[in-house]
Structure formats: structure tokens, C-alpha cells
Ligand binder design. Structure first.
Ligand SMILES: Nc1ncnc2c1ncn2[C@@H]1O[C@H](COP(=O)(O)OP(=O)(O)O)[C@@H](O)[C@H]1O
Ligand SMILES: [Mg+2]
Length: 445
């Protein structure tokens, strides 16, 4: 029978988990301290708590992997913060269960793991420091993928609106990867003129074009051993896409104007805020390159879809701003928070950060009473109204408002049996104005 090892220092949790598993027919050995482990290879699954008495479960997991143990691990924790999720995934934890979890959740996961157990020995690495904010469920999924990406050397595609944290996650992946001591080099594909792009990426030989006065290394060589981040990959010039694809396939390239084939050991992370699929359909992006890039896609949700992260981000940026400016802002008022929660943040975390920094500088101390987010030019359009508006031919646009007013007045006349005092009051206009309107629309009064 498959044996499960349970390492959890909290007695009640240990007891409850053991019981649930044993009732379901599993054999469980429970311990509260890593030193009690006898023969790890005799187990099919390790259930591991992160916050242990004298050590961290993550450190323990890392040590296991360093020693070459590939036992499947499920992490259970009340502290499912981004760093923990990323590190646990990075060291090959199959999943993370957030405490408190239900019986079915636990059993479902354990059954799934023991059926399709996939040994995942990971090489040793150090954890990234720094602050990563996010505890929305959608972000938990992002962090798991980021951790998994860090433990592999695969090409990664980060997608998401501007300001959601694509650059940020690219660096987190790099810093958690085996390449972390080698360079992280970024290219913004939308910022480089097409004519210079190839030389920028792959380098050039002296005399390859006017201005190429000496041999120059491209970014692929500068990033040797490390990670090359291709931001705004949707803007990479079409002619270069096949060269990039070849580089992704076998890491080989030519400097511009040179006929010596070279190799560079570089991991590629790409990012885009555009819909690559539709660029493919329009013939602006090579399909083969798209497939090659999108094997490991991490999609970062916009801030408006993970509002639970907003309060934490605000406090995080207030602290950072205080550190940088020497100010003493203590927080935001309830109404400022409300303001932030209702705003659509088209610029996502970047816009939030800029807004907070600006207000911290202005307010300097105490509480930020309002964030002064811009008035929204485009509100969320009511779906019923949207349907009407989308069907509207351009020529009809100017007639839309009067038409609507006519419909509204007819409706009110019907509902209130032609009671003009009542209707004028509801519309907050004078009876006389109402009468004029009614007659101009030819509504019987
Ligand atoms: N999860 C996060 N926790 C804390 N700060 C973040 C997080 N994600 C993004 N940021 C910050 O938000 C800003 C915008 O992120 P960035 O990576 O530049 O966005 P993008 O590349 O998607 O446009 C940066 O200042 C970055 O440090
Ligand atoms: Mg960016």
C-alpha cells in the first residue's frame, strides 16, 4: 500500500489530517519534526506544513531536493503568501493547500497525486527575497506557475494588460532560477527601430551597415548564462521572427553581416499586452513562433479582477513611498479605499503605485483622505444599453437622446396615467417644461 508521510507540528491539524486519510484507507505516518524521518524513500507522498517549530517547511523541502529526493510533496499552510507559493512550486511541490481546508479537498488532492504521481527532482536553489503582493486566488495560480517556471528552463510567455506585473514576474522567475547569478537582460521590442533590431538582438559585424564601426555583441550574448526578457514581443519585426524562432529551437544565431554561426546559452521570457493569437490571424505574427512561445503561458489578471489585492498594494506602496521620501503617511481613509476599489485601474498596479506615490508626497503625514483618481471617462456600460447602442447606425446617433427622451416620457405618461405634476416632479423639471417637451414629441397629454 502507498504510505503517506505527514510532517506537521500542530497537534490538532496533524491528528485531523491523519484521521481523514486513514478513514479513506491510506496508511499514514505522522511526525512533528523533520529529524523523526526514517526512510523517506518508503513513502509515496509527503504532506508538509510550512511553518514548523524550529525550521521552515520550505527550507526542509529545498534540502530534500538538494539531496536528490524526488518524493511528491503537497504543502499545507495557513501562510499561503506569494513567496511561499512560488518557492514551494519551485521546489516541486505538487500543490499547496491553504488552511483551513476541507476533507474533500484534501482527499481529492491526495488521490490525484497518488494516481498520477510524477517524480519531480529539482536542483537546489536559493529563495528570492523582496516583497511580492497578492493573495487573490487567481494570483495563487500565477505564483504556482511562476515557481514552476523558475524550476524549469522553458521559454515563458507572460501575458496581461499594461502594469499588471509582467516585468516584475519575469524578474521573479529569473531570481528563483538556476540562472539567477547570471545577467537578466531586457529588450523592449516596441522601442527599437526595425532596422536596428537584428543588431540589437544578435549583434553585428564591423561594417555590416553604416555606423557599425566595430564588432558588437547582441543582447543574446550579453545575457549569456542568464535570462533574456523580450518585452512587447508582439512588436518584434516580422522578418526577425523566424530568426528568433531558430534561436529558441537550438540557441544558434548569426551576428548581422557575419557568417559564423554562434550559440548562446540564454533562457527567454517574453511578455505581451496584445492578443498574439489575433496577430497570428492577421498575419502579423508567425504561428510557429507563437506556438513555440506559448508553451508555458502565464496570464496575469488585471487589478480590477482581483480587488482583494488593492488594500495590500496601497499599504505596500505607502510604506515604500515613506521610505523613499522620508514622509510619514499612515494609511488611507475608508473613503479613499472605497475610491480605489471602485476605480477601473486601466494602468493596473503601475497606475496604483503612481497614484499612491503622488498622494504620499502631497499629504506627507497622517491619512490620505482621497486618492484623487481621475474621473472615469468610460464607465462600465449597462449591458442593456450597450446592446441598443451597438445596434445603432452612425447616422442615427444624433437622434438617440431625443428618441430615448420620447420613449421615457411616453412610458411615464402611461405609468402615471398622464399625471403631469407627478412626472415633472420625478424628472425634476417644471410642469411647463414638461408640457413643452410633450408637445414637441407629439405625445398626447
Ligand atoms: N505582485 C506585485 N507585488 C508588488 N509589486 C508589484 C507586483 N506586480 C507588479 N508590481 C509593481 O507594479 C509596477 C508595474 O509592474 P510591471 O512589471 O512594470 O508591469 P508590466 O510589465 O505588466 O507593465 C512595478 O512598479 C512593479 O514593481
Ligand atoms: Mg512591462
Amino acid at each position: 500500500m502507498r504510505k503517506i508521510l505527514l510532517l506537521e507540528d500542530e497537534r490538532n491539524v496533524r491528528y485531523a489530517v491523519k484521521r481523514v486519510l486513514e478513514e479513506a484507507g491510506f496508511s499514514v505516518k505522522d511526525i512533528e519534526n523533520p529529524h523523526e524521518i526514517d526512510n523517506l524513500t518508503s513513502y509515496s507522498l509527503l504532506i508538509l506544513d510550512i511553518k514548523l517549530k524550529n525550521t521552515s517547511g520550505i527550507d526542509f523541502l529545498r534540502t530534500l531536493r538538494e539531496k536528490g529526493f524526488s518524493i511528491p510533496v503537497v504543502v499545507i499552510t495557513a501562510y499561503a503568501n506569494p513567496e511561499n507559493i512560488i518557492s514551494a512550486s519551485r521546489y516541486g511541490a505538487i500543490d499547496i493547500l491553504k488552511k483551513p481546508f476541507g476533507k474533500e479537498e484534501l482527499l481529492g488532492l491526495v488521490r490525484q497525486v497518488l494516481k498520477e504521481e510524477e517524480p519531480s527532482a529539482k536542483k537546489p536553489e536559493v529563495l528570492a527575497g523582496g516583497s511580492i503582493i497578492g493573495d487573490a486566488p487567481s494570483m495563487m495560480e500565477v505564483f504556482k506557475k511562476v515557481g514552476a517556471a523558475a524550476s524549469s528552463d522553458m521559454t515563458v510567455l507572460l501575458v496581461g494588460e499594461t502594469g499588471v506585473g509582467k516585468d516584475f514576474m519575469a524578474k521573479v522567475i529569473h531570481e528563483n532560477s538556476l540562472r539567477k547569478d547570471a545577467p537578466f537582460v531586457a529588450i523592449n521590442c516596441s522601442a527599437i527601430p526595425e532596422t536596428l533590431f537584428e543588431a540589437e538582438l544578435f549583434g553585428c559585424k564591423k561594417g555590416a551597415f553604416t555606423g557599425a564601426i566595430k564588432d558588437v555583441k547582441g543582447k543574446v550574448e550579453i545575457a549569456e548564462g542568464g535570462t533574456l526578457f523580450l518585452d512587447e514581443i508582439g512588436d518584434i519585426p516580422y522578418p526577425l521572427q523566424s530568426k528568433l524562432l531558430r534561436f529558441l529551437e537550438d540557441k544558434s544565431f548569426y551576428r548581422l553581416g557575419d557568417d559564423e554561426e554562434r550559440k548562446a546559452d540564454v533562457r527567454i521570457i517574453a511578455a505581451t499586452n496584445r492578443d498574439l493569437q489575433s496577430l497570428v490571424e492577421k498575419g502579423k505574427f508567425r504561428e510557429d513562433l507563437y506556438y513555440r512561445l506559448s508553451q508555458l503561458t502565464i496570464s496575469i489578471p488585471p487589478l480590477r479582477e482581483r480587488k482583494e489585492d488593492i488594500p495590500k498594494l496601497i499599504n505596500f506602496f505607502i510604506k515604500k513611498a515613506n521610505d523613499e521620501f522620508g514622509t510619514q503617511v499612515r494609511g488611507v481613509s475608508k473613503s479613499a479605499l472605497e475610491e480605489a476599489l471602485n476605480y477601473t485601474w486601466k494602468g493596473n498596479i503601475r497606475e496604483l503605485k503612481n497614484t499612491v506615490y503622488k498622494r504620499v508626497l502631497e499629504v506627507k503625514e497622517g491619512y490620505i483622505e482621497n486618492l484623487q483618481v481621475p474621473k472615469e471617462s468610460i464607465k462600465n456600460i449597462n449591458p442593456l444599453v450597450r446592446e441598443l447602442l451597438e445596434a445603432l447606425p452612425e447616422g442615427e446617433i444624433k437622434r438617440f437622446l431625443p428618441e430615448m427622451e420620447r420613449e421615457l416620457l411616453s412610458f411615464l405618461m402611461e405609468r402615471y396615467g398622464g399625471n403631469k405634476s407627478k412626472i415633472a416632479e420625478l424628472l425634476n423639471i417644471s410642469r411647463n417644461t414638461l408640457r413643452v417637451k410633450l408637445s414637441s414629441y407629439g405625445i398626447e397629454g
